[in-house]
Design a protein. Structure first.
Length: 256
């Protein structure tokens, strides 16, 4: 009987090991596809700037090719490469000051944004966004600062807000989005490493996703937004329709 129990335990351990290796392989493959997308097959999805319609909203995710201009022909022309990390640029229109957060969201950018706000004599009137996304943790921290300060957020014509960036947009007490802007979501990486055991990486993903759900609920955003993100692979972006922006409460007002 002892031999039978040992054999069963061995099979269970073997099955757990196989499952862990398989899951780790999925994570490794995901990381590799993020680094070299389309290596094995041609990506059929069009670029993000190609106009979407209901049921045709998934686009290639090219973070360094955000649109910066108005539509021309079938889509936006390619814009200049965005900054490698967030830049904070203040502009004035009449007596209203807007601070544009532009560039990739890198680890440590939330601390830089906090320092930027602390060094100012007064808060800006609103926050504008143009970002391919990046660090989810930093995006959530920036969003909490914006909500605590009671600032509105805005997407201007020709700008784009992808990946983790919509979480900053969600923080605005008022959220204005131009009909000529792009807002898109997809699955996130939460700093998991393929050098870690698969169960540790999965636990990190689940913890990170739980934090995102709590954050969206706190900001008053419909959690269907997160469902759209989780259904879209990291090398794609799901572009939200105007009605989704308002239905999910990500936009409180659409601008021309």
């Amino acid at each position: 009987m002892a031999g039978v129990k040992t054999s069963r335990s061995g099979r269970v351990l073997q099955a757990m090991l196989v499952a862990q290796i398989a899951l780790a392989g999925v994570i490794v493959l995901g990381d590799f596809q993020r680094i070299a997308p389309g290596l094995w097959q041609r990506d059929p999805a069009p670029p993000a700037a190609v106009p979407v319609r209901p049921g045709d909203q998934t686009r290639r995710y090219a973070p360094r090719e955000l649109p910066r201009d108005q539509p021309a022909g079938p889509g936006f022309p390619r814009g200049d490469d965005v900054p490698e990390r967030l830049q904070f640029t203040a502009t004035w229109s009449g007596d209203q000051e807007t601070v544009l957060l532009e560039g990739a969201i890198e680890p440590g950018d939330s601390a830089r944004f906090a320092e930027y706000l602390d060094q100012r004599l007064t808060l800006p009137d609103q926050i504008a966004l143009h970002s391919p996304g990046g660090s989810v943790t930093d995006a959530l921290e920036i969003g909490r600062m914006i909500r605590d300060a009671g600032l509105p957020t805005q997407m201007q014509a020709g700008a784009a807000c992808f990946s983790a960036c919509p979480y900053i947009l969600a923080a605005g007490t008022v959220r204005q989005v131009s009909r000529k802007a792009l807002v898109g979501v997809h699955q996130h990486y939460f700093g998991e490493s393929t050098l870690l055991p698969a169960f540790v990486a999965v636990e990190s993903i689940q913890h990170g996703q739980g934090e995102v759900l709590d954050y969206l609920a706190m900001m008053g955003i419909d959690l269907r937004l997160s469902a759209k993100a989780m259904q879209t692979p990291p090398d794609k972006i799901y572009i939200l329709l105007e009605e989704e922006l308002t239905d999910f409460a990500l936009a409180t007002e659409l601008l021309d």
